[in-house]
Ligand binder design. Sequence first.
Ligand SMILES: Nc1nc2c(ncn2[C@@H]2O[C@H](COP(=O)(O)OP(=O)(O)OP(=O)(O)O)[C@@H](O)[C@H]2O)c(=O)[nH]1
Length: 182
Amino acid sequence: MLVGDSGVGKTCLLVRFKDGAFLAGSFISTVGIDFRNKVLTVDGVKVKLQVCPHVPGSISLAALALLLLYDVTNKASFDNIQAWLTEIHEYAQQDVVLMLLGNKVDSAQDRVVKREDGEKLAKEYGVPFMETSAKSGLNVELAFTAIAKELKHRSMKLPNEPKFKLHDYVKKEVRGSGCCRS
Ligand SMILES: Nc1nc2c(ncn2[C@@H]2O[C@H](COP(=O)(O)OP(=O)(O)OP(=O)(O)O)[C@@H](O)[C@H]2O)c(=O)[nH]1
């Protein structure tokens, strides 16, 4: 489930992941989008992800994973992350897979939240972090693949398989926005 303030790009991230396209403008709203299924092949195993944006109301207990988004061009959306985390800790499953995403990094001119600030917050809460762009596609596939891998490892629990470490995987695979690390 995709979670975060209105306008951070939940719908666009979902559409980019599912259809490989970017929706510009505001003609589409999260409430008009429901589940999107996509099958990813992870380490030779097919994992079906059912993704949906969170619509106002409480965080669903049914969600196995939450992608918590803020918009790097909107400070308020970043400041609200702590409130979202509190809500998540209160309402989501205890072992929900959680990842923090700073979206819209293609808008380098309008950036007001530094990458380091996202990293620091994520570290504080012990969640993996990456910056994304639904517009350019940066790290979008990676975010969902990382979740799929974690869920696959959790559900299969093969005895001889080394434990999958989501943090390490994300750190290794994540791409920077290419410029302006300010
Ligand atoms: N530049 C840029 N714009 C984006 C990106 N992602 C989304 N947007 C724009 O941001 C606006 C809001 O995107 P949505 O995907 O509708 O945001 P949302 O979080 O689903 O919003 P709600 O439906 O209100 O909860 C739209 O105008 C998008 O085109 C991105 O990565 N880069």
